[in-house]
Design a protein around this ligand. Structure first.
Ligand SMILES: Nc1ncnc2c1ncn2[C@@H]1O[C@H](COP(=O)(O)OP(=O)(O)OP(=O)(O)O)[C@@H](O)[C@H]1O
Ligand SMILES: [Mg+2]
Length: 357
């Protein structure tokens, strides 16, 4: 037991496709999936890192987490979908498992800020905060090597907030803004687009919301269209990796298909739905609220970003180009912002304080 308390500020973003974690020099991203272990399975993985072979024990049973669950579990569950956290128990277990990836020892003073999809209810947010606060006994195992890791972490505070707040806070901090500016944050994720409006530093629930249209809407629509045209099964999931790599020519059943025009067509339709909803939500704000910043984030920005920026300019929502902000790392910016937010609560650590490793 060390005499000096060991501090850590941790930022987490619980997304429908990936859980992101930011802590000092660590940036982690794992699929938001847990699954049943495979009996008799061990050690066939090419990559034996703990991150790719993560098994957590909840005391009575083992559960695969992240990439291992995605690739190997027959029965698997998404932690969040349709813009909500589905199972708080699964979320707590998955977060504990990610914490094992970044902690080399026991820590007795952890402050955690976690983002959840905007459509999550207040009740769910409180339940998650309760599940993560206090003494966390973490027991994980590396499925490839059999190595067991035990950690005892003491979480002093756990703040649960809507996901896009992380990017809002990150933007204010990186721009050196000390005021709470009125802003709208649009987070286009995998399974949902979350829109968060802040007025005088407060989240405006009426003017915030969630849409089903997001990155997976695009892959589902292209997959459906290709399937109709080729008569072959096209999985949306496979399209996602082609899209991420910027590939526009695909091979389906031995034939080459150029999907560029199909893709552009659907990007425009989906971006317009998002723009319409943003306009509607802004319409509910009090007349004296002036949106000073339109902040864009989420992995979907790699796909819809240009079209959305153009739409905001055309709608007169961002008359000056500097009003439109896209963080350097739009996928991780929520988690990074939550880490900065968590730092505010650490006793003995200034805002720019050193986050001890
Ligand atoms: N470089 C890239 N190019 C194209 N698409 C990308 C890129 N990076 C991420 N994406 C897509 O963005 C989506 C993931 O974004 P993100 O991590 O923000 O979602 P999420 O937070 O898990 O989901 P949600 O916010 O809906 O809960 C995926 O569909 C992914 O394929
Ligand atoms: Mg997200």
């Amino acid at each position: 037991m060390s005499l000096r308390p060991t501090y850590r500020a941790i930022g987490i973003d619980l997304g429908t496709s990936t859980i992101k974690l930011s802590c000092a020099t660590h940036l982690k991203k794992i699929p938001s999936i847990v699954g049943q272990p495979l009996e008799g399975w061990r050690g066939f993985s090419g990559d034996s890192s703990l991150e790719k072979n993560l098994v957590i024990s909840d005391g009575t049973r083992n559960l695969y987490v992240g990439e291992l669950a995605r690739l190997q579990s027959e029965i698997k569950r998404e932690i969040a979908s349709e813009g909500k956290v589905k199972s708080i128990d699964d979320a707590v277990l998955a977060i504990k498992a990610v914490l094992a990836l970044i902690t080399e020892k026991n820590y007795d003073e952890i402050i955690m800020a976690t983002g959840v999809p905007v459509a999550s209810s207040k009740k769910e947010m409180v339940k998650l905060a309760k599940g993560l606060k206090g003494e966390l006994n973490i027991n994980v195992e590396n499925e490839a090597t059999g190595e067991k890791i035990k950690r005892l972490l003491s979480v002093k505070h756990c703040i649960v907030m809507p996901e896009p707040f992380g990017t809002y806070y990150h933007t204010l901090k990186t721009q050196g803004e000390s005021r709470a500016v009125d802003a709208i944050v649009i987070d286009v994720g995998h399974g949902s687009t979350d829109i968060l409006t802040l007025y005088e530093g407060r989240v405006m629930r009426q003017a915030s919301g969630s849409l089903e249209e997001a990155a997976d809407t695009l892959t589902n629509r292209i997959a459906q269209e290709l399937q109709n045209q080729t008569g072959k099964i096209v999985r949306p999931f496979d399209l996602m990796s082609s899209l991420s790599q910027g590939k526009d020519v695909l091979t389906i059943g031995g034939e080459r298909w150029d999907i560029l025009s199909m893709k552009e067509y659907h990007i425009e339709i989906i971006a317009d739905v998002i723009l319409d909803e943003v306009n509607r939500l802004i319409g509910t704000l009090p007349p004296d609220a002036i949106i000073e910043k339109v902040i864009l984030c989420g992995g979907g920005m790699h796909i819809f970003g240009d079209r959305l920026k153009l739409g905001f300019e055309q709608a007169g929502l961002a008359e000056h180009p500097e009003m439109l902000i896209l963080p350097e790392n739009p996928v991780m910016s929520n988690a990074m912002g939550f880490e900065l937010f968590a730092r505010r609560f650490i006793s003995g650590l200034g805002e720019d304080g050193f986050n001890e490793l």
